[in-house]
Design a protein around this ligand. Sequence first.
Ligand code: SF4
Length: 438
Amino acid sequence: MYRFHMKIYGCQMNVCDSDRVRTALGRRGWIEVPEDEADMVVFTGCSVRGRAEQKVWSELGRYAPLWKKNRRPYVALTGCIAQSLGDRAFTRYPWIRLLSGPRHIGLLPDGLERVMEDGRRVTLLDENPRDFYDLDEFSGVRDNKYRGYVTIAHGCDNFCTYCIVPHVRGRFLSRPPVDVLQEVRRLIESGAKEISLLGQNVNSYGNDFKNGYGFAQLLREVARTEGVERVRFVTSLPQDFTEEIVEVMVGEPTVCPSVNLPIQAGSDRILRLMNRKYTRAGYMEKVRMIRALLPEPGLTSDLIVGFPGETEEDFEESMSALTEARFDLVHTAAYSERAGTPAATMPGALPREVRMDRLARVNRLQDEITLSINRALVGRRFRVLAEGPAPKGDGLLQGRTPSDKVVVLPGDEGLSGSFVTVEITEAESWCLRGKIVD
Ligand code: SF4
C-alpha cells in the first residue's frame, strides 16, 4: 500500500485533474497522507504565469536534504509545468522520478506504480500535441462535496502571442458528450449539486466535431441531467460566444447567469499584437448582446496590463473599457514573459515599475466599479448554495449567488449543501455579506 500526498497549483483544471488522479489512486489502494509521511509527492503545477512557476520551483528545492538522507520521498511533476520544463527537470531535481504532461493523465496511475516498484524514472511527456490519453475517472475525492468540476475540452488552437497554453497543453480537443454526461452523473451521485464545466475555451466546445453539436447543445443536456441543480462554465472565448448559448442560459433554469469573457486589452492595436482576433467594438457588441438577453448577468473578465509596446494611450483604452463594460469582477495581471511565446521577443518590453503601476491603477478603478455594483445589491434577496464554512470567521458560511458573487453569512455548518434564501446586508468589493431569511 503506497502513501501519497498531492500538491496542486494553478487553475481549476489542475484541481480537477488532480482530484481525478487521487480518486484513481484511492481505488488502487493508495492512501493519501500528510506530506511528511508520503512515499510519493505528486505536484500538479502551472506554467501560465512566471510567479506560479517560481513557487513550484522553490517548493521542489525543499526536498534536497530529505533526498540526500533517505532517498525519499519520490516526487512526480505533472501538468503544464512538467511539459514546459521537460526532462531537464530530472537533472535539476534528482528526486523527481516521474514527469507527465497534461495530456498523459490516463497513464499517470500506472506510471506512479512503476516508480514505486523500482524507483526508476518514468517520462510521460506530450510529444504529439494532438494525442490524448484520458483517465476514465471522475473527481470522487474533492475538497467541496457540493461542487463538481468537469473538463469538457483540452488544449487551445488560438495562439495568443503572450500565452504558453497551446505550447504546453496541445491542440484543442473536445471530449465526447457521452463521456462528459457520464462524468456529470457520477458527480451528482457522489453529492455534487453544482456542476462547473471547464476548458480554456469552453464555448468553443464541438468546433472540432464538425457535426453541428456544440457548446449550446452540451450545456442544455448537462442542465437537464437529473439531479443537477446549478451549472456554471469557465472560460469563454469572446468570438465564439453566440446568442444560441445565451438562449440556453435564459431557457434552462439550472444554468447560472454568470459569464467570464476575457477582454485582455481595450486597445485594438494591443489586441492585434496579442493575436486576440476580435476588436474592442466586437467585444462590446457581445457584452451588449449578453446584457440584452440575460437578466442580471454576472459578467467577469480578464485583463493584462503592460504588454510589450503598450503606450499610456493604449493603457487608458483598457481603463475606459472597464468603465464602459462595468464588469462585476476582473482578474487583472501585469504582463509576464513566457519563454517560447512570440510576445517574449517583441520589441517594447516595459519596465517592471511601469507594469506594476498600471496594475495598481487598473485595480483601483475596478475595485470602485465592483464596489458600486455590489452596493446596489444591498437589500436584495438571492438563492445561495451554502458551500461550507467561510475561510475566515467562526460561525460563518460561504456561498455564491447565481451570478457567482461570494456571500458570507452567519449560519450553522450543518446547512452546508443546502440552498438558502439570503438577504444582502453589506457589500465589499471582494464579497457580499448577508443573512438567511428562508
Ligand atoms: S485563447 Fe489565448 S489566452 Fe486563452 S488559452 Fe488559448 S492561447 Fe491562451
